[in-house]
Ligand binder design. Sequence first.
Ligand code: FES
Length: 149
Amino acid sequence: GAAVEADISALNPGEKMTVEWRGKPVWIVRRTPEQVAALKKLDPQLADPDSKRNPAELTPEYARNTARSIKPEFLVAVGICSHLGCSPSDKFATGAQPSLPDDWQGGFLCPCHGSTFDMAGRVFKNKPAPDNLEVPPHMFLSDTRLLIG
Ligand code: FES
């Protein structure tokens, strides 16, 4: 059991909150419309844009889409790198940044070996992490309450 309920009523666009589920950090990110719109353009740079790898472990059926989510605005993902398990950092700023992909649109950077993920937790190619971040089972209980697990 041990499903976790999260109150997302105070989460503003562009913000992230973290809850613990089964001893793991689960990120809830409220994406801006710009962040959602940018996702599709990144597909050619990603290792698994449609979340087809290990879907049973990594991506519930309702999240096998570009935004990897039930509602495009909200990303729910386990904040653990699919390479060796470090916790990636937020890199939500846009524009060129050293060591990040050329047309960086924001996402997550793993400090251990440099893997990068977009705002849907999809991993960029040519980095050590093989897979997208895990989307845990989740559902919306209401507009402001999320159940994880
Ligand atoms: Fe994240 Fe190696 S643990 S890149």
